[in-house]
Structure formats: structure tokens, C-alpha cells
Design a protein around this ligand. Sequence first.
Ligand SMILES: Cc1cc2nc3c(=O)[nH]c(=O)nc-3n(C[C@H](O)[C@H](O)[C@H](O)COP(=O)(O)O)c2cc1C
Length: 284
Amino acid sequence: MVPYHEQVTDLIRRRRSWRSYLERPLSPGQIGQINRFIESMDPPPFGTNLRFGLVDAHLPEKKRMPGTYGIIKGARHILVGAMTSSPMDFEDFGYSFESIILFCTELGLGTCWMGGTFNRTLFGLLIGLKDGETIPAVSPVGEPASSRSLLDSLFVLSAGSKSRKPFPELFFSRDFSTPMSEPQAGEYAQALEMVRLAPSAANKQPWRIVAAGDSFHFFLARSTAYRKIFPEADLQRIDMGIAMFHFESAARASGLAGSWQRMDASHGICLPRNVEYRISWVAA
Ligand SMILES: Cc1cc2nc3c(=O)[nH]c(=O)nc-3n(C[C@H](O)[C@H](O)[C@H](O)COP(=O)(O)O)c2cc1C
């Protein structure tokens, strides 16, 4: 796992989606640091073929970044990710892309995960999309403006971006009928809290985790309409990958070792409606 200089938990707490930027380009030094970080990244947990590029999307006469439907103001650099299809591709993508987002956060730069409101054709051209590759998500990267644009503020308000569901609505002991409080999570409280603070598409927070024995089983509570609105990418499985990165990096920072395993579907756990099993963290 790629180390940060700061505590990963501080970076997770500090990151916010930002849609308004200064018009200043990134310095060659900043671009070099991001590119070196990308080059030094470990492969994702399930080995999906991923490719990332920081590209310049600047058009001198435009105040809004082209290809983002007018939502991103000021930024000229965009982080574009491409992947080839595999069974755990969206989780792997979310996991790795979030590690770059947190590195940009460490550099004091603003970012915004974008899975829906961007033009895949344009950014495909900019990254030189190859046969068999798709672009699940992108993010502007730049110096945040001192205040949010009106459109940015409206986004934050409509998605309820500042709030998160309480711990017992997301995390459970043994089965879905036993909510877990933060003190009950013991040494894993911080790792779970980092999942709770994760960004998710439209702030839906679809992750549900059941702790059983030495395992944490990650389930996805699907918003069914979502997959139909954005058929190009399974945004909620990307959310899951982001949660995996937050959980693992915070667990490791607390000295808790383990590994990701895809197990038998439900572990005998009775599943609420529209909830599906994705992955388990098994403590070492
Ligand atoms: C997979 C994913 C896709 C997203 N897609 C968009 C998008 O298309 N447009 C946008 O403005 N924000 C998008 N967001 C940002 C979310 O709205 C934001 O993360 C959420 O409201 C929580 O706010 P925060 O990131 O400031 O904590 C996306 C986030 C994720 C994780």
C-alpha cells in the first residue's frame, strides 16, 4: 500500500468534493508528484488492469471545464481513469482512484469524484482510450477557489454531502438485526468510521458491514434506479471500492492486518431487500 506522509485518517477527514477552482494551472512540480504517485501504486486487491492519467483539458476561452456539463469551474487538469472488465473491476477502480484522490488531498489540492456528470467520449480521447477499456470516473484536480460557486453549493445541498448516516445504520454484529455502536466496534472503530466518512455517488452511502468472528462482510445496499440512470458504470460498486480503501488503510494504520476475500454469498445472513454481498475483510 502506498504510504502518505500524513495520517491517512486525517486525509480522509479533510477531503471534500470541490467543484470550483482557481484558474491557475498546477505547477510542473505538482504534476510530477502526482505522476510519480501513480507510477508507484501497487496493483489493486483483485488485479484489474487499471490506467490513470492526469490530463490538461484547458480551453483558453472557457471558464467551465469542457466535458463536465458546466459543473466544474476553473480547473484545467483532470484525472482520468480507465479499466478493462474483470469480476471485481469497479471495486478495484474505486480502491485505486481513491488512493490518488487522497494523495491530491495531501498536496492541498481539490478533487471531485465524477461518475455521472462528464463526457466519456471527450476524456476518452484525452487519455487515448484503448480497445476494451472504459472510463468509470474522472476527477478535476486543482487549487480550490476560496468559496464554492452557486452550482457547487447547490450540489452539496441537494446531495446532503455534509451529512453521513449514523454508525448503527451502516454497521452490524453477526446479522442485519443487530446494529453496532461505535464502542462495540472496539479496535476496528476507526476503520469503520473511515468507511462512514467516505464519499459516495449522490452521497447514497450504500455500504453495509456485518462483523462476524474475525471477518467483516461488506454488503451493498443498492439504489436500484441508479444503475438505470448511469448504465456506463456501476457507481455503487465504485463506492464499495472507496470504502475498501478507507477501511484497509485505516486498519493497517491501527496495526490491524488482514486480507480481502470473496466468500460464499450470504454467510447464512438473512439479507434485507436490495442488499447484495460483495467482499470480506478477514483479519490475519
Ligand atoms: C463514484 C462517485 C461518483 C460521483 N459522481 C459525481 C458526479 O457525477 N458529479 C458530481 O458533481 N459529484 C459526484 N460525486 C460526488 C458526490 O456527490 C459526493 O462525494 C457526495 O455528495 C459526498 O460529498 P463529499 O465528497 O464532499 O464528502 C460522486 C462521488 C462518487 C464516490
